[in-house]
Design a protein around this ligand. Structure first.
Ligand SMILES: [Zn+2]
Length: 311
């Protein structure tokens, strides 16, 4: 089965930066980016399956012909940001240390297992991920990890990688190109869709937003959704603050997390797609407030979202 979504092609952001934005949104339809320099380039993320990644690399070929991809950054360890790594295995593939933990725990075998489950979680996963093809995905992990911050020279273009710690996932990296006043945020920022904090703490997600807001940039390439500005970062920050406050109030009142997710009214955020992610977000807040609560594994997270999407 081939992926059904065709990409729109690279979006030229100017000053050697491009974004790769799929023509459709939804679960797993992630963005990527390309930063070119003299004789080499850096790819920000690969995509969720081999069809999508192959199409992207073909679409970028006019840019990478004279500046082959020497470096890949996986912004984090969710499959929609690295499952195409086998096509760029020749490159130096860099990720934050925490991202590697996620990649080892939730690689293509685990995603295939979830998709095969006869459960609410499996049915939900098939509904949202059914358009992707994970059969031939090989887990090609980063061959370089970093902590904190590192600066790369990509053929004369300075690229800063900043590990914002565990927030959306167990380790999230933002990719800042100062000369282009551009930042690639990975899934710290969603546009038009609900932000999700699989790992947390929320404080790290909020701090990551503050860090982004403090950068001297005009262009923000989110992990999902159209190219945007800092306005979208503020919107994510507002969502995280709101959910944290609403979930905390219900925790304090003794309400179970699943009930709290059903009880919270999303108000100004009601139009965001994939609102079922609230179930995971609320649980993450509860886990911060009660460290005795175990983290959710993939099937448990998708089971909770399935319940919220189809009670
Ligand atoms: Zn993503």
């Amino acid at each position: 089965m081939a992926s059904l979504v065709s990409p729109v092609g690279p979006v030229d952001l100017g000053r050697r930066c491009h974004a790769w934005i799929p023509s459709a949104g939804g679960w797993g339809m992630s963005n990527a980016g390309l930063v070119t320099g003299r004789g080499e380039s850096l790819l920000v993320d690969t995509l969720f399956d081999l069809h999508l990644t192959r199409a992207m690399l073909a679409g970028l070929a006019p840019l990478t012909g004279a500046a082959p991809i020497s470096t890949v950054v996986n912004t984090h360890g969710n499959g929609d940001h690295w499952f195409g790594n086998q096509f760029v295995a020749h490159a130096e593939i860099i990720a934050a240390r925490g991202s590697l933990t996620d990649m080892r725990q939730a690689g293509p075998a685990e995603v295939r297992a979830l998709l095969a489950e006869d459960s609410d979680a499996g049915r939900f996963a098939r509904r949202i991920f059914g358009r992707f093809d994970h059969r031939d995905v090989q887990p090609v992990l980063p061959n370089r990890v970093f902590d904190g911050e590192t600066v790369l020279d990509i053929g004369g273009t300075e690229v800063r990688l900043i590990d914002v710690g565990a927030a959306h996932s167990a380790g999230d990296t933002i990719v800042h190109v100062p000369s282009a006043r551009t930042v690639y945020t990975g899934d710290i920022v969603f546009v038009g869709a609900t932000p999700v904090v699989w790992h947390g703490p929320f404080a790290n997600g909020l701090a990551a937003c503050d860090l982004l807001l403090g950068l001297d940039v005009d262009t923000v390439v989110p992990g999902h959704g159209p190219v945007t500005t800092k306005k979208a970062v503020r919107a994510v920050r507002d969502y995280l603050s709101y959910v944290h406050e609403e979930a905390t109030a219900r925790f304090t009142a003794g309400m179970p997390a699943a009930d709290a997710a059903r009880d919270i009214r999303l108000g100004p955020f009601a139009d965001l797609e994939e609102s079922e992610r609230l179930a995971v977000n609320v649980y993450t807040v509860y886990r911060e407030l009660d460290p005795g609560l175990p983290p959710l594994d993939g099937p448990q997270s998708f089971g909770r979202m399935a319940c919220l999407a189809h009670p």
